[in-house]
Design a protein around this ligand. Structure first.
Ligand code: NAP
Length: 292
């Protein structure tokens, strides 16, 4: 079994991006500026946004965190998005999800200029992804493909089961793995809560990707020997042995599944850091596309 070390792979990507930024600085060119908007004080969202800002600092990107109270109105948030869309100094921005219930997430996503949509959530970017046209790929699926590529995993011809069909992970990932690209050409089965005989399907898979948010859902009896297992799940579960009182758990029963796998991602330290690395790649690209 080989561990797919997302932490180390993401660190290597950050180093490459840092060199690209240093080169731009030497040439007197603008450096990328990423803005992250956070609404409310959800612990998980705060952690993710802070990690994104930290990655920017490490690479040498400019970053701005805009933190609103939970009760900000939808219109106020939309106004800020329109302002960022027009601000030539801002190369990309993200609105950390989930948003409070009184704010329509789709409306917010649709308001973002697709050319600055470095999370790759706007329908224009998702449509381009479907047609294999240049655009911004959603950060988590792109990070997963990059992690496999950099660890020498061939996807061509493999049978892949994706568990979970969210708009940000499972659905786009199933498309990206199916496309005729060097990191695609899989035969993909996209599964969800209404899927019948899930275990049977997963047992046949060369690559299993779990993105459901149910700790330990994928057990050893569901996975064939030599499979590649990617665990996207990140659920906080109570853990009194930790000072903070919780631990992050993936969707895969790592301890029992790992011995059967050719490759497996840990949680934490697998997909999470790769998601942030993809966001950084998209931000540099956003700036380069608009400024050359
Ligand atoms: P989500 O919106 O929470 O949706 C969960 C998906 O799982 C749904 O499609 C649901 O099916 C499916 N599902 C639930 N129970 C199932 C079952 N028993 N069998 C098969 N499918 C089942 O998904 P998400 O936003 O992608 O999040 C999933 C997990 O990934 C969460 O733990 C989240 O925190 C984590 N995540 C991690 C990263 C990262 O960077 N590491 C990024 C994004 C998300 P239905 O559609 O039928 O309801």
């Amino acid at each position: 079994m080989k561990l797919l070390d997302g932490k180390a792979t993401a660190a290597a990507i950050r180093e490459e991006l840092k060199q690209a930024v240093d080169q731009r600085k030497k040439e007197g060119k603008k450096i990328p500026h990423l803005v992250a908007i956070l609404v409310g004080n959800d612990g998980g969202s705060l952690t993710y946004v802070n990690a994104k800002v930290k990655a920017c600092e490490e690479i040498g990107f400019e970053s701005t965190l805009i933190h609103y109270d939970e009760d900000i109105s939808e219109q106020e948030l939309l106004n800020k998005i329109l302002e960022l869309n027009e601000d030539d100094n801002i190369d990309g921005f993200i609105v950390q999800l989930p948003l409070p219930k009184h704010i329509d997430e789709l409306k917010i996503t649709l308001a973002i200029n697709p050319l600055k949509d470095v999370d790759g959530f706007h329908p224009e970017n998702l449509g381009k992804m479907m047609l294999n046209l240049p655009g911004f790929l959603p950060a988590t699926p792109a990070g997963i493909l990059e992690l496999m590529k950099r660890n020498g995993i061939e996807t061509e011809g493999k049978d892949c089961v994706v568990i979970g069909r969210s708009n940000i992970v499972g659905m786009p990932l199933s498309v990206m793995l199916s496309r005729n690209t060097p990191t695609g050409n899989c035969t993909v089965t996209l599964t969800h809560s209404r899927t019948k005989k899930l275990k049977e399907k997963v047992l046949n898979a060369d690559i299993v990707i779990a993105a459901i948010g149910k700790p330990g859902f994928v057990t050893a009896d569901m996975v064939k020997e030599g499979a590649i297992v990617i665990d996207v799940g990140t659920t906080r579960v109570p853990d009194s042995s930790k000072k903070r009182g919780w631990a992050l758990k993936g969707d895969v029963d790592f301890e029992n599944v790992a011995p059967k796998c050719a490759y497996i991602t840990p949680v934490p330290g697998g997909v999470g850091p790769m998601t942030i690395a993809s966001l950084m790649i998209n931000t540099l690209r956003s700036m380069e596309l608009r400024r050359k």
